[in-house]
Design a protein around this ligand. Structure first.
Ligand code: GLN
Length: 480
């Protein structure tokens, strides 16, 4: 959509020998050289390592081998995905010098499919944020308008694809961190069903919510990349031992006969341009043969509150390991307790500290039932409400983000305003259901709008059928 070739066409041209993997890589590195200074999508560009992977792909092609579905495709990885011997920082000072001893399962799967890893992308520290302004290494800028944020927390991964620095990238989504930046950067972003993609080697933020997923130029590339990374992994106890459905057949299915839900009690707060785009999406799907059905999901409204207790609670536990002993750059002090405090005080930024304090409070004796326990009950109600809605519909449509990309600094002084970015994305993390953002027209300042498609667990085939239909209609100009 933004003029860059699809990963499918890149892999095809490399497999057929029409192009070399090295020339494709060089083209991407040239774009990085040209614009990375202003965009700052990466914490680390792996130019040399990528060149040797690309050369290896070219040697395999010359030997008549097939390197796989992503042969020679340049891919960027969010810097909370472990890469063996290569710094993995979570955009935090506390992990600045850390090199993981192993690759995340998704990294191994990408390499086995022939992908060329070009670098590690910037994020909000430990994936906490919606703008990438919380990175300890400086913000990422939106390639479509560098005065505005790319969204977050996977802002670097979204920007890398939108700027043509990589053909594909991976992010992680705990409360919307793939779908919201995808919406703000005008690319496709998918949060798969919880357990569909292995979390082994994803540095944990909130383990019961975290899921890895793709950023791509189009829906078919997202299907391809998800098929590569999904599937059971015995190394992740929450990985589902079920065959991941094939997505390619869904792409041309259309939406005829599908029942598409409109949530009548969706929380307010989306800007008018976003509301209009979502209305246009319903119109175009109805015109393509879908039936639009009104449903209610009363618990939707409480998702944000429940998330901002559950996610910090899990984070406070997960981040306890950065103590300067097992993990984390140590700050020396007179005794062990002083060392812990100095290490954590210097190593974590303000948002991470806020989350740890919130989570510790919510879990503490005397408050556990009132806060964490109550949030878990809301999570249960959310699951019940979605299950009831899915008795009547196949997918649901909502905005992905309440607004288009916003200017730097406009929400940094008010954490609650930043948290409101997650209103429409959080429920799918609480239920574990898949959801994706697909570009659908533009709003204020000509900036892209993402429409979110939500489906029940392992409903990815239908979700992709609907997203592909929206993409076709957007290409025909049937949006607002
Ligand atoms: N913006 C949300 C948060 O700050 C979501 C982050 C994420 O999905 N990693 O927690």
């Amino acid at each position: 959509m933004n003029g860059f070739p699809s990963a499918r066409s890149i892999a095809e041209s490399i497999r057929t020998g029409e192009r070399s993997a090295r020339s494709v890589l060089d083209e991407h590195l040239a774009r990085i050289n040209e614009r990375e200074n202003e965009v700052h999508a990466f914490n680390l560009v792996l130019a040399e390592q990528a060149a040797s992977s690309a050369d290896e792909i070219d040697r395999r092609i010359a030997r008549g081998e097939n390197p796989g579905p992503l042969a020679g495709v340049p891919v960027a990885l969010k810097d909370n995905l472990c890469t063996r011997g290569i710094p993995t920082t979570c955009s935090s000072k506390i992990l600045q010098d850390w090199k993981p001893p192993y690759d995340a399962t998704v990294v191994t799967r990408l390499a086995n499919a022939g992908a060329v890893i070009v670098g590690k992308t910037n994020l909000d520290e430990f994936a906490m944020g919606s703008s990438t302004e919380n990175s300890a290494f400086g913000p990422t800028r939106n390639p479509l308008d560098v005065t505005r944020v790319p969204g977050g927390s996977s802002g670097g991964s979204a920007a890398a694809v939108a700027a043509g620095f990589a053909s594909l990238s991976l992010g992680s989504d705990t409360g919307g961190s793939i779908r919201q930046p995808a919406a703000l950067c005008g690319v496709v972003g998918v949060k798969p069903t919880y357990g569909a993609v292995s979390r082994l080697g994803l540095i944990a933020f909130a383990s019961s919510l975290d899921q890895i997923g793709p950023f791509t130029h189009d829906v078919a590339d997202a299907a391809l990349m998800l098929e590569v990374i999904a599937g059971h992994d015995p190394g992740d106890s929450t990985s589902i031992p079920q065959h991941f459905p094939s997505l390619a057949p869904s792409l041309d299915r259309g939406v005829s006969g599908l029942r598409i839900g409109r949530i009548t009690d969706l929380p307010e707060g989306a800007d008018q341009d976003v509301v209009d785009a979502v209305d246009a999406a319903f119109d175009t799907l109805a015109a393509a043969g879908a039936e639009i059905i009104d449903v209610t999901i009363p618990a939707f409204t409480y998702g944000l509150t429940a998330y901002y207790l559950i996610a910090p609670a899990e984070a406070s536990s997960n981040l306890a390991r950065y103590d300067g002993v097992r993990f984390g750059s140590r700050v020396a002090a007179s005794d062990t307790n002083a060392m812990y405090m100095a290490t954590r005080g210097a190593g974590f930024g303000p948002e991470v500290k806020r989350r740890i304090m919130l989570g510790t409070y919510a879990l503490s004796a005397g408050y556990y039932d009132a806060y964490y326990g109550k949030a878990l009950k809301v999570r249960r109600l959310m699951a019940n409400d979605f299950a009831a809605a899915y008795e009547h519909v196949d997918v649901l449509i909502t905005p992905a983000s309440p607004s288009v990309a916003f200017p730097f600094g406009s929400k940094t002084e008010d954490p609650l305003a930043m948290y409101l970015c997650d209103t429409y994305t959080i429920p799918s993390n609480l239920t574990g259901h898949p959801a994706m953002s697909v570009p659908f027209g533009t709003g204020e300042h000509g900036l892209p709008i993402g429409v979110q498609v939500l489906a029940p667990a392992f409903g990815e085939p239908t979700m992709f059928a609907v997203a592909a239909e929206l993409e076709r209609s957007a290409a025909r100009g049937e949006h607002v």
